[in-house]
Design a protein around this ligand. Structure first.
Ligand code: UD1
Length: 362
């Protein structure tokens, strides 16, 4: 099969690290980077550090409002689909690049395969929630990381060509652990940190960063924590931090975004994770590091049910109290598959050459 894959933002580069190589053993892949993320630390570093195939096309869309960004992608992706006429389009996750791919392909009657289908926060004020709902409803093959995701789709009437495959991010994590075995000390030495004696934080969701008063309240809370914090800062957050003139305490280390292998090593050695990222909630779980999620809801409810993830929202008291008192349970049942999700995705994509049924468009 000829498959066009769309990526554009950091978590998608991690996901293709698990899938692309396997896909290319059996199929022809044309990799399209929308250019949504463009700084070297947000994009190039991942292609270099994860040995990813070079994108065949980079649309260079860059920053803009949601409509500007998605509209420019839509046009660029349509041109490629018309020129290549692929057997299907492969999209990942919930970004504007995901939505643009789903829209462009479905209007050309090109089957859409969605990896990480069925996740819901049930919070429509998140751009990602809108992207996921629309992408799922436009998809012809839906590959889910969890039973919850399958149920979410069923409740929206999506039951055909829906499969439970597990999470391709677990495949990527297992690879990263093998690849960076023994390198932890190098990363820790860079920040003069001791194993399990620091926290790691990330924040980038518009709900936390765009409301300046809320963002500052969270940052001030980090400033009051008794332990050292390493905080790789997303460019969105960096820009706003500069605007509000935030001054970190000496052991709140605001660093540039780090590569995937370094991030995994820093998380594995941390005592606790503070984040609003989806990927990091799962990575913390798999690595056995307790996580505080600075949101009021999560798509990864199983990590909360297992007792390893607490939704503290943007609330300063809850954050500081929970950092001090939180002890996860002894047990940590396996979640989101067994690390072979990528292989399952590729198998299912291959099977679907019997015209993927173009769900809902027969
Ligand atoms: C996007 C995704 C989000 C994902 C996240 C991972 C959407 C709606 N959101 O959020 O689901 O979790 O990526 O990081 O697609 N910027 C730079 N350099 C870059 C990239 C971004 O300076 O390389 C700045 C730009 O000012 C841009 C802003 O960050 O406007 C936000 O970037 P954008 O791609 O819109 O969304 P993210 O916040 O990164």
């Amino acid at each position: 099969m000829k498959i066009v894959t769309i990526v554009g933002a950091r978590p998608q580069f991690v996901k293709i690290a698990a899938v692309s190589q396997k896909l290319r053993r059996r199929h022809q892949e044309i990799l399209v980077h929308t250019g949504q993320h463009y700084d070297y630390e947000m994009s190039g570093a991942f292609f270099d550090g994860l040995d990813l195939p070079k994108p065949d096309v980079n649309l260079g869309v860059g920053s803009g409002s949601h409509a500007e960004q998605t509209g420019a992608m839509l046009k660029g992706i349509e041109d490629i689909l018309l020129a290549e006429n692929p057997d299907c389009l492969l999209i990942y996750g919930d970004t504007n690049s995901t939505l643009a791919g789903a829209l462009a392909a479905s209007k050309l009657a090109i089957p859409v395969v969605h990896v990480e289908a069925g996740l819901r926060s049930f919070n429509r004020s998140m751009p990602e929630e809108i992207n996921r709902v629309l992408a799922d409803h436009l998809s012809d093959l839906l590959l889910c990381p969890s039973e919850t995701a399958m149920t979410n789709l069923a409740l929206e009437g999506i039951t055909r060509n829906v499969h439970l495959v597990g999470d391709v991010m677990l495949d990527a994590l297992n690879w990263a652990k093998r690849r960076s075995a023994g390198a932890e000390t190098v990363f820790l030495n860079r920040f003069a940190m001791q194993k399990k004696q620091y926290l790691i934080a990330t924040l980038h969701r518009s709900e936390n960063t765009d409301d300046r008063a809320q963002f500052l309240r969270i940052l001030d809370t980090f400033n009051l924590l008794d332990e050292p914090v390493i905080f790789p800062v997303h460019p969105r957050a960096r820009k706003i931090m500069n605007e509000i003139g935030f001054r970190p305490k000496p052991d709140l280390h605001l660093i540039d975004p780090v590569g995937y292998l370094e991030m995994i090593a820093l998380v594995a050695s941390a005592r606790l994770v503070l984040t609003d990222s989806g990927g990091l909630q799962k990575e913390a779980y798999w690595l056995g590091v307790p996580c505080l999620t600075l949101r009021n809801e999560t798509e990864w409810v199983e990590t909360v049910d297992a007792g390893w993830n607490v939704l503290v929202g943007p609330n300063p008291e809850r954050i500081s109290d929970t950092v001090k008192s939180y002890v996860p349970p002894q047990s940590r049942p396996p979640l989101y598959g067994d690390g072979t999700a990528a292989e399952k995705c590729v198998d299912l994509i291959g099977l679907k050459s019997e015209p993927m049924a173009l769900v809902g468009r027969a």
